[in-house]
Design a protein around this ligand. Structure first.
Ligand code: UD1
Ligand code: CA
Length: 453
């Protein structure tokens, strides 16, 4: 169910598209349905349907139905049952309850057993706002009563309905047809199916859990921010369990997939986005942002480094040393033992084994050979105002500080470029190339003196 408005988010974006750990709330739920191998996944859209459906359009195996207008959770399910096969079990999930875990759903489905109505419930000391689970004297579930319809006595019940149930589709179809909206909110409540199940002598079972976080919904920006923290803690614990050493489990943000080899160390305040993989023994310094990158074994990323591979990705070989304060952009492909130092930007360039650019430099659209030394302040002028051009720097070239390489060029192997040169023609292998005004000294020159008044 993803048709609700989410007014309290105070946002123009549909609530279920707000992000938790870099993924839309609804996406978390969809991904969990994949984990349990759901036969069919139907998303009920309504509020902001165009936006929600646009996000879902690129994903295989999803079906959407629209609920217009939104007359309650029962009404939402009435829109979905026509596309569900009669011989199945329907698992009802909420697009704004993102942290429900696959094993909990498996347990709920096992309880439903193809013939009973199974409710996921939570024992909680703060039941306010939720539907209460009403049981009879022999502890059998009789009904779910919404907060707004509950008697003062019922409001004291501390077992609440999570919004998640598993129910044989054939039975659900019949019960939904019997719903009415004679209640405090004038809505068609899905929760009323419990009464019908009891009347039809269908067994109603409750799977009661104590992990409140699994069934917590998002209604406000505060709840979203709080859930982001619990989600990050969960990821941090998962990494720690795998043997990753985190300097502080509360100062890590993983907004995507982070894969780590053995003996990886991550210092405080690092953000990982998209797909990132860290080989054995990789060490990440404090305050790094790493997006879509593949980092080889034994490489060190020093503090304040910003790596963003975007679609193309960034690849770093083994035993490299990057940073502090380095910036790697899409298409940076760095070989083993490459060094990139402070205030160096690398974009769409390959650097072969052992190449170094240690200080204040720009490397754009380059192929850099082995052991090249790219001096302090060297800039590749790869853009002529209309087109980007490529430059090849062959093995063992040394480029003097503050030079400009006007692409396209080939710098021959083993050559040296004098500091301060503006290189606009290819340079021969082995030679020293200097392209700057010759230094002269004028001996009988006098400094100007201040005029007397
Ligand atoms: C619902 C339950 C309540 C339970 C709570 C758990 C009902 C009547 N009540 O209440 O017992 O404790 O969830 O969080 O079901 N939605 C639609 N179409 C609608 C209305 C809602 O798709 O017309 C979707 C929402 O987008 C959301 C879900 O259904 O994903 C739950 O809706 P919400 O309004 O949050 O239900 P609650 O009143 O919280
Ligand atoms: Ca809710």
């Amino acid at each position: 169910m993803a048709a609700g408005k989410g007014t309290r988010m105070k946002s123009s974006m549909p609530k279920v598209l707000h992000r938790l750990g870099g993924r839309a709330l609804l996406q978390h739920v969809i991904d969990t349905t994949r984990q349990i191998h759901a036969r069919r996944v139907v998303v009920i859209t309504g509020h902001g349907a165009d936006q929600v459906e646009a996000v879902l359009a690129q994903q295989a195996g999803l079906q959407t139905v629209r609920q217009m207008p939104q007359l309650g959770t029962g009404h939402a399910m009435q829109q979905a049952v026509p596309v569900l096969p009669d011989d199945g079990v329907t698992l009802v999930l909420s697009g704004d309850v993102p942290l429900i875990q696959a094993d909990t759903l498996h347990a709920l489905l096992a309880l439903a057993d193809g013939s009973s109505l199974a409710l996921l419930t939570l024992q909680t000391a703060s039941p306010t706002g939720y539907g209460r689970i009403v049981r009879n004297d022999s502890q059998q579930v009789k009904a779910i009563v919404e907060e707004k319809d509950a008697t003062p006595e019922q409001r004291r019940i501390e077992e609440i309905y999570s919004g998640i149930m598993a129910v044989p589709t054939r039975l659900l179809r019949g019960w939904l047809a019997r719903l009415d909206n004679r209640n405090a909110q004038g809505e068609f409540y899905l929760t009323d199916v419990v009464k019908f199940a009891v009347a039809d002598a269908c067994e109603v079972k409750a799977h009661c859990i104590e992990d409140a976080w699994q069934v917590e919904g998002i209604n406000t920006p505060l709840q979203l921010a709080e859930m982001e923290r619990s989600y990050q803690q969960l990821q941090a614990r998962r990494l720690l369990d795998q043997g990753v050493r985190l300097a502080d489990l509360s100062r890590l943000d993983v907004r995507g997939e982070l894969h780590c080899g053995a003996d990886v160390e991550i210092d405080v305040n690092c953000v990982f986005e998209g797909k990132v993989s860290l080989g054995d023994g990789v060490r990440i310094g404090a305050n790094c942002v790493i997006i879509n990158a593949d980092i080889g074994a034994g490489t060190q990323i020093l503090g304040f480094t910003y790596i963003d591979g975007e679609e193309k990705g960034v690849r770093i070989g083994s035993a490299a040393r990057i940073g502090p304060f380095a910036r790697l952009r899409p298409g940076a492909d760095l070989g083993d033992e490459v060094h990139i130092g402070n205030f160096v930007e690398v974009k769409n360039s390959s650097l072969a084994k052992g190449a170094k650019a240690n200080h204040l430099a720009y490397l754009g659209d380059l192929s850099v050979g082995e052991r090249v030394n790219y001096g302090a302040g060297v800039i590749s002028a790869n853009y002529d105002g209309a087109n980007k051009h490529h430059t090849i720097i062959e093995a063992d070239v040394h480029i003097g500080s503050n030079s400009v390489l006007v692409s396209p060029l080939t710098l021959g192997a083993g050559g040296t470029i004098g500091a301060g040169s503006v290189i606009s023609k290819n340079t021969p292998a082995g030679a020293l190339t200097v392209a700057r005004a010759k230094q002269i000294s004028i001996a009988d020159w006098h400094r100007p003196v201040k005029n007397k008044k």
